[in-house]
Design a protein around this ligand. Structure first.
Ligand code: HGY
Ligand code: MN
Ligand code: MN
Length: 445
Protein backbone atom coordinates (compact mmCIF):
# COMPACT_ATOMS: atom_id res chain seq x y z
CA UNK A 1 0.00 0.00 0.00
CA UNK A 2 1.79 3.15 -1.08
CA UNK A 3 0.89 6.46 0.45
CA UNK A 4 0.55 9.70 -1.51
CA UNK A 5 2.30 12.83 -0.28
CA UNK A 6 -1.01 14.14 1.03
CA UNK A 7 -1.72 10.94 2.96
CA UNK A 8 1.80 10.97 4.38
CA UNK A 9 1.54 14.57 5.55
CA UNK A 10 -1.90 13.90 7.01
CA UNK A 11 -0.39 10.94 8.83
CA UNK A 12 2.43 13.15 10.13
CA UNK A 13 0.00 15.71 11.43
CA UNK A 14 -1.80 12.94 13.29
CA UNK A 15 1.39 11.44 14.73
CA UNK A 16 1.03 11.52 18.53
CA UNK A 17 3.88 13.98 18.85
CA UNK A 18 3.23 14.14 22.55
CA UNK A 19 4.58 10.58 22.59
CA UNK A 20 8.03 12.13 22.19
CA UNK A 21 9.44 14.73 24.40
CA UNK A 22 6.75 15.12 26.97
CA UNK A 23 7.74 12.09 28.96
CA UNK A 24 11.01 10.19 29.44
CA UNK A 25 10.00 7.07 27.56
CA UNK A 26 8.85 7.75 24.05
CA UNK A 27 6.31 5.58 22.28
CA UNK A 28 9.23 4.06 20.36
CA UNK A 29 10.54 2.37 23.46
CA UNK A 30 13.56 4.65 23.51
CA UNK A 31 14.55 6.28 26.80
CA UNK A 32 14.72 10.07 27.14
CA UNK A 33 18.52 9.77 27.10
CA UNK A 34 20.79 9.53 24.05
CA UNK A 35 21.17 6.05 22.55
CA UNK A 36 23.36 6.57 19.47
CA UNK A 37 27.03 5.71 19.90
CA UNK A 38 28.83 9.06 19.75
CA UNK A 39 32.25 7.44 20.18
CA UNK A 40 31.70 5.23 17.15
CA UNK A 41 30.43 8.20 15.09
CA UNK A 42 33.56 10.14 16.03
CA UNK A 43 35.78 7.20 15.05
CA UNK A 44 34.02 6.99 11.68
CA UNK A 45 34.34 10.73 11.03
CA UNK A 46 38.03 10.57 11.93
CA UNK A 47 38.41 7.48 9.73
CA UNK A 48 36.76 9.17 6.75
CA UNK A 49 38.95 12.26 7.21
CA UNK A 50 42.03 10.21 6.23
CA UNK A 51 40.87 10.08 2.61
CA UNK A 52 42.04 13.33 1.08
CA UNK A 53 44.19 14.47 4.00
CA UNK A 54 47.49 16.07 3.01
CA UNK A 55 50.57 13.83 3.41
CA UNK A 56 51.91 15.25 6.68
CA UNK A 57 48.50 16.39 7.89
CA UNK A 58 46.36 15.79 10.94
CA UNK A 59 42.56 15.88 11.44
CA UNK A 60 42.90 19.64 11.92
CA UNK A 61 44.41 19.97 8.43
CA UNK A 62 41.01 19.36 6.90
CA UNK A 63 40.51 17.47 3.67
CA UNK A 64 40.55 17.72 -0.11
CA UNK A 65 38.13 15.01 -1.26
CA UNK A 66 36.84 16.56 -4.47
CA UNK A 67 34.08 14.66 -6.25
CA UNK A 68 35.23 11.82 -8.52
CA UNK A 69 38.85 12.09 -7.26
CA UNK A 70 40.95 9.17 -5.98
CA UNK A 71 40.29 10.41 -2.44
CA UNK A 72 36.55 10.44 -3.16
CA UNK A 73 36.68 6.89 -4.54
CA UNK A 74 38.54 5.74 -1.41
CA UNK A 75 36.24 7.63 0.95
CA UNK A 76 33.18 6.14 -0.74
CA UNK A 77 34.60 2.64 -0.35
CA UNK A 78 35.17 3.34 3.38
CA UNK A 79 31.58 4.54 3.75
CA UNK A 80 30.25 1.47 1.92
CA UNK A 81 32.20 -0.79 4.28
CA UNK A 82 30.60 0.97 7.24
CA UNK A 83 27.17 0.35 5.70
CA UNK A 84 27.97 -3.36 5.42
CA UNK A 85 29.12 -3.41 9.05
CA UNK A 86 25.70 -1.92 9.90
CA UNK A 87 24.03 -4.83 8.12
CA UNK A 88 22.89 -3.12 4.92
CA UNK A 89 24.23 -3.72 1.42
CA UNK A 90 25.16 -0.59 -0.58
CA UNK A 91 24.59 -0.20 -4.32
CA UNK A 92 25.75 2.57 -6.65
CA UNK A 93 23.12 4.03 -8.93
CA UNK A 94 23.66 5.22 -12.52
CA UNK A 95 24.62 8.73 -11.34
CA UNK A 96 27.14 7.39 -8.79
CA UNK A 97 24.96 7.90 -5.72
CA UNK A 98 25.49 5.26 -3.02
CA UNK A 99 22.18 3.85 -1.71
CA UNK A 100 21.48 1.18 0.89
CA UNK A 101 18.08 -0.07 2.06
CA UNK A 102 16.92 -1.54 5.37
CA UNK A 103 13.61 -3.40 5.11
CA UNK A 104 10.64 -2.34 7.23
CA UNK A 105 7.87 -4.50 8.64
CA UNK A 106 5.67 -3.19 5.81
CA UNK A 107 8.01 -3.21 2.83
CA UNK A 108 5.27 -2.15 0.47
CA UNK A 109 5.53 1.41 1.87
CA UNK A 110 7.74 4.04 0.24
CA UNK A 111 11.03 4.26 2.18
CA UNK A 112 12.19 7.09 4.39
CA UNK A 113 15.25 8.47 2.57
CA UNK A 114 18.05 10.17 4.53
CA UNK A 115 21.76 10.92 4.09
CA UNK A 116 24.09 13.57 2.69
CA UNK A 117 27.41 13.71 0.75
CA UNK A 118 31.10 13.00 1.49
CA UNK A 119 32.83 14.90 -1.30
CA UNK A 120 34.44 18.17 -0.20
CA UNK A 121 35.67 21.47 -1.57
CA UNK A 122 39.45 21.73 -1.97
CA UNK A 123 41.02 22.34 1.48
CA UNK A 124 37.64 21.78 3.08
CA UNK A 125 36.55 20.55 6.46
CA UNK A 126 35.83 17.15 7.97
CA UNK A 127 32.15 17.68 8.83
CA UNK A 128 30.41 19.20 5.77
CA UNK A 129 28.30 16.34 4.41
CA UNK A 130 30.36 13.75 6.28
CA UNK A 131 28.30 14.16 9.45
CA UNK A 132 24.96 13.56 7.74
CA UNK A 133 26.28 10.60 5.76
CA UNK A 134 27.94 8.83 8.70
CA UNK A 135 25.16 9.68 11.15
CA UNK A 136 22.72 7.98 8.76
CA UNK A 137 24.84 4.83 9.05
CA UNK A 138 24.96 5.28 12.84
CA UNK A 139 21.15 5.38 12.91
CA UNK A 140 21.00 2.07 11.04
CA UNK A 141 23.65 0.55 13.30
CA UNK A 142 21.80 1.69 16.43
CA UNK A 143 18.47 0.27 15.25
CA UNK A 144 20.21 -3.01 14.51
CA UNK A 145 21.85 -3.17 17.93
CA UNK A 146 18.52 -2.41 19.61
CA UNK A 147 16.73 -4.95 17.49
CA UNK A 148 14.30 -2.34 16.22
CA UNK A 149 12.59 -2.56 12.84
CA UNK A 150 10.64 0.41 11.57
CA UNK A 151 7.30 -0.08 9.83
CA UNK A 152 8.49 1.86 6.81
CA UNK A 153 11.66 0.71 4.98
CA UNK A 154 14.68 2.99 5.42
CA UNK A 155 17.02 4.02 2.62
CA UNK A 156 20.26 5.88 3.24
CA UNK A 157 22.10 7.80 0.55
CA UNK A 158 25.53 9.34 -0.11
CA UNK A 159 25.03 11.78 -2.99
CA UNK A 160 27.70 12.11 -5.69
CA UNK A 161 29.63 15.37 -6.17
CA UNK A 162 27.44 17.65 -4.07
CA UNK A 163 30.04 20.41 -3.96
CA UNK A 164 30.45 20.61 -7.71
CA UNK A 165 34.06 21.77 -7.59
CA UNK A 166 34.54 19.08 -10.25
CA UNK A 167 32.82 20.30 -13.44
CA UNK A 168 31.63 23.57 -11.90
CA UNK A 169 28.05 22.66 -11.01
CA UNK A 170 27.00 21.10 -7.72
CA UNK A 171 24.27 18.76 -6.41
CA UNK A 172 25.19 16.41 -9.28
CA UNK A 173 23.89 13.11 -7.92
CA UNK A 174 20.73 14.59 -6.44
CA UNK A 175 20.06 16.64 -9.61
CA UNK A 176 20.28 13.41 -11.61
CA UNK A 177 17.77 11.86 -9.18
CA UNK A 178 15.51 14.89 -9.58
CA UNK A 179 15.83 14.89 -13.37
CA UNK A 180 17.65 18.24 -13.36
CA UNK A 181 20.88 17.53 -15.22
CA UNK A 182 21.49 20.21 -17.84
CA UNK A 183 21.55 19.45 -21.56
CA UNK A 184 24.92 17.91 -22.52
CA UNK A 185 26.16 17.89 -18.93
CA UNK A 186 27.69 14.41 -19.23
CA UNK A 187 29.91 15.70 -22.06
CA UNK A 188 31.28 18.58 -20.00
CA UNK A 189 35.07 18.50 -19.73
CA UNK A 190 36.98 19.51 -16.60
CA UNK A 191 40.58 18.90 -15.58
CA UNK A 192 41.13 16.99 -18.84
CA UNK A 193 38.30 14.52 -18.36
CA UNK A 194 34.66 14.09 -19.36
CA UNK A 195 31.90 14.04 -16.74
CA UNK A 196 30.59 10.72 -18.05
CA UNK A 197 33.98 9.12 -17.40
CA UNK A 198 34.15 10.67 -13.95
CA UNK A 199 30.77 9.15 -13.11
CA UNK A 200 32.08 5.78 -14.32
CA UNK A 201 35.09 6.16 -12.01
CA UNK A 202 32.77 6.13 -8.99
CA UNK A 203 30.74 3.18 -10.25
CA UNK A 204 27.95 4.99 -12.10
CA UNK A 205 26.56 4.26 -15.55
CA UNK A 206 26.24 7.55 -17.47
CA UNK A 207 24.82 5.79 -20.50
CA UNK A 208 21.91 4.70 -18.29
CA UNK A 209 21.78 7.94 -16.22
CA UNK A 210 17.98 8.07 -16.43
CA UNK A 211 17.86 5.01 -14.17
CA UNK A 212 19.01 7.28 -11.33
CA UNK A 213 15.75 9.25 -11.64
CA UNK A 214 13.47 9.14 -8.60
CA UNK A 215 9.79 9.80 -9.09
CA UNK A 216 7.55 11.74 -6.69
CA UNK A 217 6.32 9.22 -4.13
CA UNK A 218 9.37 6.96 -4.51
CA UNK A 219 10.23 8.00 -0.96
CA UNK A 220 7.92 9.12 1.84
CA UNK A 221 10.15 12.02 2.83
CA UNK A 222 13.79 13.06 2.78
CA UNK A 223 15.81 14.00 5.86
CA UNK A 224 19.33 15.41 6.02
CA UNK A 225 21.51 16.14 9.05
CA UNK A 226 24.17 18.75 8.29
CA UNK A 227 26.46 21.23 10.03
CA UNK A 228 25.04 24.76 9.89
CA UNK A 229 28.17 26.18 8.25
CA UNK A 230 27.21 29.57 9.67
CA UNK A 231 27.44 30.93 13.22
CA UNK A 232 23.79 31.30 14.28
CA UNK A 233 23.49 28.20 16.49
CA UNK A 234 27.01 28.53 17.92
CA UNK A 235 26.40 32.16 18.92
CA UNK A 236 23.00 31.31 20.42
CA UNK A 237 24.33 28.23 22.24
CA UNK A 238 21.51 26.15 20.72
CA UNK A 239 22.44 22.57 19.76
CA UNK A 240 19.79 21.83 17.12
CA UNK A 241 18.67 23.89 14.11
CA UNK A 242 15.43 23.10 12.30
CA UNK A 243 15.79 24.29 8.72
CA UNK A 244 12.86 26.32 7.38
CA UNK A 245 14.22 26.76 3.87
CA UNK A 246 17.32 26.49 1.65
CA UNK A 247 18.54 29.38 -0.48
CA UNK A 248 18.37 29.69 -4.24
CA UNK A 249 21.83 29.87 -5.80
CA UNK A 250 22.70 31.51 -9.11
CA UNK A 251 26.20 31.16 -10.53
CA UNK A 252 27.72 33.18 -13.39
CA UNK A 253 30.89 32.81 -15.45
CA UNK A 254 32.46 36.18 -16.30
CA UNK A 255 34.95 36.60 -19.16
CA UNK A 256 36.78 39.92 -19.33
CA UNK A 257 38.92 40.69 -22.38
CA UNK A 258 41.42 43.58 -22.41
CA UNK A 259 44.80 43.58 -24.04
CA UNK A 260 47.94 41.85 -22.86
CA UNK A 261 50.81 44.28 -23.15
CA UNK A 262 54.23 45.12 -21.74
CA UNK A 263 54.03 46.13 -18.07
CA UNK A 264 56.99 48.49 -18.45
CA UNK A 265 56.44 50.28 -21.72
CA UNK A 266 52.66 50.71 -21.77
CA UNK A 267 51.61 54.08 -20.31
CA UNK A 268 48.78 53.82 -17.74
CA UNK A 269 46.18 55.70 -19.86
CA UNK A 270 46.77 53.33 -22.78
CA UNK A 271 46.12 50.14 -20.85
CA UNK A 272 43.17 47.76 -21.27
CA UNK A 273 43.76 45.85 -18.06
CA UNK A 274 41.33 42.93 -17.62
CA UNK A 275 42.25 42.49 -13.96
CA UNK A 276 41.45 46.12 -13.14
CA UNK A 277 38.04 45.60 -14.76
CA UNK A 278 37.53 42.35 -12.81
CA UNK A 279 38.44 44.13 -9.58
CA UNK A 280 35.79 46.77 -10.26
CA UNK A 281 33.23 44.00 -10.98
CA UNK A 282 34.03 42.23 -7.70
CA UNK A 283 33.60 45.47 -5.76
CA UNK A 284 30.38 46.18 -7.64
CA UNK A 285 28.98 42.76 -6.64
CA UNK A 286 29.79 43.50 -3.01
CA UNK A 287 28.29 47.01 -3.14
CA UNK A 288 25.10 45.88 -4.89
CA UNK A 289 24.50 42.90 -2.57
CA UNK A 290 25.10 44.97 0.58
CA UNK A 291 23.07 47.96 -0.68
CA UNK A 292 19.77 46.60 0.65
CA UNK A 293 18.61 44.88 3.86
CA UNK A 294 18.26 41.08 3.89
CA UNK A 295 20.30 37.87 4.07
CA UNK A 296 21.38 37.88 0.42
CA UNK A 297 25.04 37.13 -0.26
CA UNK A 298 27.30 37.54 -3.28
CA UNK A 299 30.76 36.08 -3.86
CA UNK A 300 33.52 36.22 -6.45
CA UNK A 301 35.25 33.01 -5.40
CA UNK A 302 37.19 31.83 -8.39
CA UNK A 303 39.42 33.96 -10.64
CA UNK A 304 41.95 33.13 -13.36
CA UNK A 305 44.31 35.73 -14.82
CA UNK A 306 45.90 35.27 -18.27
CA UNK A 307 48.82 35.23 -18.92
CA UNK A 308 49.35 35.67 -15.14
CA UNK A 309 52.89 36.98 -15.51
CA UNK A 310 54.36 39.75 -13.33
CA UNK A 311 55.54 41.82 -16.31
CA UNK A 312 52.45 41.48 -18.51
CA UNK A 313 49.27 43.55 -18.27
CA UNK A 314 46.44 40.97 -17.82
CA UNK A 315 44.73 40.57 -21.18
CA UNK A 316 42.09 38.11 -20.04
CA UNK A 317 40.37 37.32 -16.75
CA UNK A 318 37.77 34.65 -16.13
CA UNK A 319 35.93 34.66 -12.79
CA UNK A 320 32.73 33.49 -11.16
CA UNK A 321 29.94 35.39 -9.44
CA UNK A 322 27.64 33.53 -7.07
CA UNK A 323 24.45 35.07 -5.63
CA UNK A 324 22.27 33.42 -2.95
CA UNK A 325 19.02 34.23 -1.16
CA UNK A 326 15.82 32.48 -0.11
CA UNK A 327 14.17 34.55 -2.88
CA UNK A 328 15.12 33.55 -6.43
CA UNK A 329 13.54 36.77 -7.71
CA UNK A 330 15.80 38.88 -5.53
CA UNK A 331 19.01 37.31 -6.80
CA UNK A 332 17.78 37.62 -10.39
CA UNK A 333 17.19 41.34 -9.77
CA UNK A 334 20.61 41.76 -8.16
CA UNK A 335 22.24 40.04 -11.14
CA UNK A 336 20.58 42.57 -13.47
CA UNK A 337 22.11 45.38 -11.41
CA UNK A 338 25.53 43.72 -11.67
CA UNK A 339 25.15 43.43 -15.43
CA UNK A 340 24.39 47.12 -15.85
CA UNK A 341 27.35 48.10 -13.64
CA UNK A 342 29.55 45.78 -15.72
CA UNK A 343 28.57 47.64 -18.88
CA UNK A 344 29.86 50.91 -17.33
CA UNK A 345 33.03 49.22 -16.10
CA UNK A 346 33.73 47.82 -19.57
CA UNK A 347 33.45 51.30 -21.08
CA UNK A 348 35.68 52.89 -18.45
CA UNK A 349 38.37 50.21 -18.70
CA UNK A 350 38.17 49.76 -22.48
CA UNK A 351 37.50 46.03 -22.00
CA UNK A 352 34.69 43.67 -22.95
CA UNK A 353 32.81 41.92 -20.14
CA UNK A 354 30.70 38.86 -20.90
CA UNK A 355 28.50 37.46 -18.09
CA UNK A 356 27.02 34.00 -18.69
CA UNK A 357 24.49 32.40 -16.34
CA UNK A 358 26.07 29.00 -15.66
CA UNK A 359 23.81 27.38 -13.07
CA UNK A 360 20.67 27.88 -10.99
CA UNK A 361 19.73 25.80 -7.95
CA UNK A 362 16.17 26.57 -6.96
CA UNK A 363 15.71 27.14 -3.25
CA UNK A 364 13.30 24.97 -1.29
CA UNK A 365 11.12 25.36 1.79
CA UNK A 366 11.22 22.50 4.31
CA UNK A 367 7.91 20.75 5.01
CA UNK A 368 6.30 22.33 8.11
CA UNK A 369 5.06 18.97 9.44
CA UNK A 370 8.62 17.62 9.30
CA UNK A 371 9.98 20.70 11.03
CA UNK A 372 7.53 19.99 13.86
CA UNK A 373 8.65 16.34 14.01
CA UNK A 374 12.32 17.38 14.26
CA UNK A 375 11.49 19.79 17.08
CA UNK A 376 9.71 17.01 18.96
CA UNK A 377 12.56 14.60 18.31
CA UNK A 378 14.96 17.14 19.84
CA UNK A 379 12.64 17.66 22.80
CA UNK A 380 12.54 13.87 23.34
CA UNK A 381 16.15 14.10 24.51
CA UNK A 382 15.70 17.54 26.11
CA UNK A 383 17.57 19.44 23.40
CA UNK A 384 16.52 23.02 22.64
CA UNK A 385 16.11 23.81 18.94
CA UNK A 386 15.55 26.87 16.78
CA UNK A 387 14.08 27.30 13.29
CA UNK A 388 16.35 28.94 10.72
CA UNK A 389 17.18 29.27 7.01
CA UNK A 390 20.09 27.54 5.30
CA UNK A 391 22.56 29.87 3.57
CA UNK A 392 24.28 26.80 2.14
CA UNK A 393 22.88 24.72 -0.69
CA UNK A 394 22.11 21.06 -0.08
CA UNK A 395 20.98 17.94 -1.91
CA UNK A 396 17.82 18.31 0.16
CA UNK A 397 16.67 21.14 -2.11
CA UNK A 398 16.65 18.69 -5.03
CA UNK A 399 14.78 16.09 -3.01
CA UNK A 400 12.21 18.75 -2.09
CA UNK A 401 11.15 18.76 -5.76
CA UNK A 402 10.07 15.13 -5.32
CA UNK A 403 8.63 14.91 -1.82
CA UNK A 404 8.46 16.28 1.73
CA UNK A 405 11.85 17.37 3.06
CA UNK A 406 13.40 18.28 6.40
CA UNK A 407 16.92 19.25 7.55
CA UNK A 408 18.56 19.16 10.97
CA UNK A 409 21.51 21.46 11.73
CA UNK A 410 24.17 21.28 14.41
CA UNK A 411 26.43 24.23 15.31
CA UNK A 412 29.60 25.08 13.41
CA UNK A 413 32.15 26.51 15.83
CA UNK A 414 32.74 30.16 14.93
CA UNK A 415 30.49 29.67 11.90
CA UNK A 416 33.48 28.50 9.85
CA UNK A 417 33.06 26.02 6.98
CA UNK A 418 34.61 25.12 3.62
CA UNK A 419 37.92 25.47 5.45
CA UNK A 420 40.27 23.19 7.43
CA UNK A 421 39.11 25.17 10.48
CA UNK A 422 35.57 23.81 10.01
CA UNK A 423 34.67 22.27 13.36
CA UNK A 424 31.61 20.90 15.13
CA UNK A 425 31.90 19.68 18.72
CA UNK A 426 31.74 15.89 19.05
CA UNK A 427 28.87 16.17 21.52
CA UNK A 428 26.92 18.27 18.99
CA UNK A 429 27.59 15.68 16.29
CA UNK A 430 26.21 13.01 18.63
CA UNK A 431 23.17 15.15 19.47
CA UNK A 432 22.50 15.67 15.77
CA UNK A 433 22.67 11.92 15.12
CA UNK A 434 20.29 11.30 18.05
CA UNK A 435 17.75 13.78 16.71
CA UNK A 436 18.10 12.19 13.27
CA UNK A 437 17.37 8.78 14.84
CA UNK A 438 14.33 10.05 16.74
CA UNK A 439 13.02 11.85 13.65
CA UNK A 440 13.49 8.70 11.55
CA UNK A 441 11.56 6.65 14.11
CA UNK A 442 8.69 9.11 14.17
CA UNK A 443 8.58 9.45 10.39
CA UNK A 444 8.83 5.76 9.62
CA UNK A 445 6.03 4.56 11.86
O1 HGY B 1 28.03 25.63 -1.62
C1 HGY B 1 27.25 25.19 -0.79
O2 HGY B 1 26.41 25.89 -0.30
C2 HGY B 1 27.30 23.75 -0.36
O3 HGY B 1 28.23 23.64 0.69
N1 HGY B 1 27.66 22.89 -1.45
MN1 MN C 1 27.33 20.10 2.38
MN1 MN D 1 29.76 22.33 1.21
Amino acid sequence: MSQTRREFLAFLSAVPLASLGDRPDSADGLPGTMVVNGERLRRHLEGLSLFGRQADGTFASGVSRVGYSDADVAGRSYAMDLMRQAGIEPRVDAAGNILARRPGTDDSLAPLLFGSHIDSVPNGGNFDGDLGSLAAIEVIQTLRERNMTTRRPLEIVVWANEEGFAFGNGLCGSRAAAGQLVEGELDHVWNGGKKADAIRRIGGHPDRISEARRTPGSFACYLELHIEQGGTLDRAGIPIGVVEGIVSIDRYEVTIRGMANHAGTTPMPDRRDALIAASHVAIAVNEIVTSEPGRQVGTVGQLVVVPNAPNVIPGLVRHTIELRDLSADKIRRLADLVRSRARDIATRTKTTIEITHSSHHEGAMATPEIQAIIEKAAAAVSLPSQRMPSGAGHDAQMMATLGPMGMIFVPSVGGISHSPQELSRWEDCTRGAEVLLRSVLLLSR
